[in-house]
Design a protein around this ligand. Structure first.
Ligand code: ADP
Ligand code: ZN
Length: 433
């Protein structure tokens, strides 16, 4: 079992918590230097903090706070100590900007290096970073971590899919980083071009930046004959390197020496007990240029609370797969559901190809849920009975999962829109009718 920073990664819980309290106090003190936090912390006395849970005495920070204090409102260092700016993708509105000092960039690369080594990847690997570079943090985030580990790093970015495949072939890529939707698309192009995705030298994939189900991970693993590891992060908390799966693939370790985690009820902000599903709230513990207190990530997950220490030896908390953003929740005929629940059902059918779309329409006063599903070409061989059976099996499985009965529309392979970045799965037309 390989470690990048064994000492930090396996710190006994009591030592880890001690470190968290110390860093939390330092972070609060540092925050007072920003225009945004100065007033908000007037009534806080961090010298009284004695345990990590004391973080709940602090006010929350929201994406909207970041937007309203655009551009430098949360910065705590002089301008000439800032060496990099990043931005979120703007999936849910105006993008937010984040600033980093030199130390911040180094710490970030170090956390990413921990993640990479934790999956069994290392110096001897050839790493193709098939994700957007630029302001989006996925590209540079993994890039710096991979170079730190010493991998041969190919900054191929997204797009130009045939070239991606050529690079994999010519340079014997062994590890890639991509969004799950794009890497599934790459496999379709491989097949069109006459390749077998399993015949490349690939052995490990880092997949993240968007919600995906366990079934989708298994799909990716089967198609490429690799191990795929879930990677979670967001620009506000640096980017990738916040939480990542270890070789056990039983939850993502979140680096608690740098991030203090709480899970709260998204409706009222109450802290939930370990194991309950809620919104992840994170306080940065080492950031210099732009520390954040109790940042409301908007992402839903739970702490893996199986009472066991992870057998990889790491002591840092594990979080479950991200179910989606709080605002990804769809209300259909009064029922709350998440697109990831539908994805999970679809991907368990081997006949279903890799792309789907959820359409919501209003028919009279009733919502209708239409799931467009691409099937593998072999399903379009004219056997209508087989298709009808599949349709009713899918309808039943989805209804069992989410209660609402969907209408299924089968599509020819390749007919639904493909994305290079984060996939757009839901088209809600209910407001337009
Ligand atoms: P934006 O919030 O505008 O999309 P980011 O590019 O910073 O900006 O994306 C971070 C968000 O992407 C996270 O808050 C989360 O919703 C999603 N995300 C990142 N990694 C994962 C993952 N492994 N699983 C599910 N969702 C993820
Ligand atoms: Zn582990």
């Amino acid at each position: 079992m390989a470690f990048w920073d064994k000492h930090a990664e396996t710190l006994p819980r009591d030592k880890l918590e001690e470190l968290q309290v110390k860093r939390l106090k330092d972070t609060v003190a540092r925050c007072r230097k920003s225009i945004f936090y100065r007033n908000r912390l007037k009534d806080v006395d961090e010298s009284q903090f004695s345990k990590p849970e004391d973080v709940s005495r602090l006010p929350f920070t929201t994406k909207n706070n970041l937007r309203m204090n655009y551009d430098f409102g949360l910065v705590t260092v002089p301008r000439d100590e800032i060496v990099r700016m990043h931005s979120s993708s703007g999936t849910t509105g105006k993008a937010t900007v984040i600033f980093h000092s030199r130390t911040d960039i180094e710490t970030w690369a170090d956390l990413v290096a921990r993640c990479i080594v934790m999956t069994g990847a290392g110096k001897a690997d050839v790493f193709q970073n098939i994700i957007s570079y630029g302001m989006f943090t996925g590209g540079l985030g993994l890039h710096y971590g991979a170079e730190k580990v010493g991998m041969l790093t190919i900054p191929s970015g997204v797009g130009n899919t045939k070239r991606q495949i050529q690079l994999m072939q010519d340079f014997n890529t062994t590890v890639f980083h991509a969004t799950p939707s794009y890497i599934l698309y790459v496999s379709e192009v491989m097949v069109q071009e006459g390749f077998d995705p399993r015949e490349f030298d690939l052995r490990i994939g880092f997949v993240g930046a968007e919600p995906h189900s366990e079934q989708t991970r298994q799909r990716i693993e089967d198609i490429y004959d690799i191990d795929a590891f879930n990677s979670y992060g967001m620009s506000e908390l640096n980017g990738p390197g916040v939480a990542f799966e270890c070789e056990e693939k039983n939850g993502m370790h979140l680096w608690e020496d740098q991030y203090l985690l709480e899970v709260v009820d998204p409706d009222n902000g109450e802290v939930l007990a370990p194991g309950e599903e809620g919104e992840l709230v994170v306080t940065t513990l080492g950031r210099e240029a732009m520390p954040l207190l109790r940042y409301r990530t908007g992402d839903l997950a739970r702490i893996v609370d199986d009472g066991e220490k992870c057998s990889c030896g790491r002591t840092h908390v594990r979080i479950s797969r991200i179910k989606g953003r709080c605002d990804d929740m769809l209300i259909v005929r009064g029922v709350n559901l998440y697109p990831s629940q539908i994805e999970d059902v679809l991907m368990s059918f081997p006949e279903v190809a890799t792309t789907y779309q959820i359409i919501l329409e209003r028919e009279g006063s009733l919502d209708s849920l239409i799931v467009r599903v691409e099937l593998y070409p072999k399903m379009f061989d004219g056997d209508l009975r087989k298709l009808r059976e599949l349709e009713s099996d899918i309808v039943k499985s989805i209804q069992d999962e989410i209660v609402v009965r969907p209408r299924i529309e089968f599509q020819e392979p390749g007919s639904l829109p493909r994305s290079e970045g984060k996939a757009v799965r839901v088209v809600d037309m209910r407001g337009e009718m």
